[in-house]
Design a protein around this ligand. Structure first.
Ligand SMILES: Cc1ncc(C[n+]2csc(CCOP(=O)(O)OP(=O)(O)O)c2C)c(N)n1
Length: 332
């Protein structure tokens, strides 16, 4: 081997660019939710706080696999999907501070938000009522032949509700361009999965005659490949896919919950599978410089600092605005 070849570091593997993008978004989501949690403890957040820390690989992989024209029904563990689809950290802060210029105009300071102009449907609190909405969006795309795909998320607890089953059945029968992602974080609030269902969730795909895939939801690369496959099938008219992504939420259900019901060993097992740390190991093996990864962390901290500062100073809604703005149609 020539000396120059020996001295030149191996070029990053072909997928490193995508890997670095994934890293950037997962880190931004983590830093933003770390900050939201601190603000919530200070009483500066208007509503409750639900985070997806530890689950970032799933929304990241999904949002990087869709097109801007596709639809996403984003849930309470999916901050990275908002960010990747163009909602800024500042908009998120405006929302949580209940500001007039936030997505709900100051009416909500909780997780129920999304920017519809980005084709993101806001979380519906009644679980899993985003699923029939995702079905309606996909059916519309089918009828219009616009080739858009709709990706919807839910937790494993949500799969016990009737609308979940009706959605999968209808989507299967009409081959709707849907991808249904179950983020199986093994607890629905304090209810463990073995008190929720028997068998494997992914096997339900068989019952509905659709394709199912169960995978490690903390492996962002594997998740991305699965999403790309499922989205391509949906777009080509081959029908919906059910993806069961195994993961664990590293916080309680919401800020007030310390998740004391989750055994310490289980938490430790999944902490060791942190999706960001795993990706960092992989990127380093592929030749990514540590400084590059560190710069993603520092850029995210700067972005979040600036977002908090600017959103905190934004105007609050007036009482009159809250009562009337966006409530009645313009009498045009
Ligand atoms: C129909 C319905 N029942 C109960 C609730 C209250 N609730 C909100 S989140 C939640 C846990 C949901 O668990 P899962 O679907 O597994 O999602 P996770 O929060 O674990 O991501 C519950 C019970 C609700 N929002 N809707």
């Amino acid at each position: 081997m020539a000396d120059s070849a020996r001295l030149t570091p191996a070029p990053p593997a072909i997928h490193s660019e995508l890997g670095l993008q994934m890293h950037r978004w997962m880190v931004l989501s983590r830093v933003l939710e770390d900050r939201l949690f601190a603000l919530w403890k200070q009483g500066r957040i208007r509503g409750r706080l639900l985070t997806g820390r530890g689950q970032e690989a799933i929304p990241t992989a999904a949002a990087l696999a869709v097109n801007p024209d596709d639809f996403m029904c984003i849930m309470h563990r999916d901050m990275a999907a908002h960010l990747i689809r163009g909602t800024t950290a500042e908009t998120v802060m405006l929302h949580y501070f209940g500001k007039a210029t936030g997505p709900s105009g100051g009416r909500d300071g909780d997780i129920h938000f999304a920017e519809w102009e980005r084709r993101n449907f806001p979380m519906v609190s009644h679980l899993p009522d985003s699923f029939p909405i995702a079905l309606g969006l996909a059916l519309t795309s089918l009828l219009r032949r616009d080739r858009a795909v709709t990706v919807a998320f839910c937790g494993e607890g949500s799969t016990s509700v009737g609308t979940w089953h009706e959605t999968l059945n209808f989507a299967s029968v009409f081959r709707c361009p849907n991808v249904f992602v179950v983020e199986n974080n093994q607890y629905a609030y304090s209810t463990p999965a073995d008190r929720q269902y028997r068998g494997r969730l992914v096997d339900r795909a068989l019952g509905y005659g659709i394709r199912g895939e169960c995978l490690d939801g903390n492996d962002v690369m594997a998740m991305h490949e699965a999403m790309v496959r499922a989205i391509a099938r949906a777009r080509e008219g081959e029908g919906p896919t059910l993806i069961e992504a195994m993961t664990m939420r590293m916080d309680g259900h919401a800020g007030h919950d310390d998740a004391a019901y989750v055994p310490d060993e289980l938490k430790a097992l999944w902490r060791a599978r942190d999706p960001i740390e795993r990706l960092e190991v992989r990127l380093r093996e592929d030749g990514a410089a540590s400084a590059l990864l560190e710069s993603n962390w520092s850029a995210a901290r700067e972005e979040v600092d600036a977002a908090v500062e600017s959103a905190w100073g934004a105007p609050d809604p007036t009482a009159a605005d809250l009562l009337t703005r966006g409530v009645f149609a313009d009498p045009a």
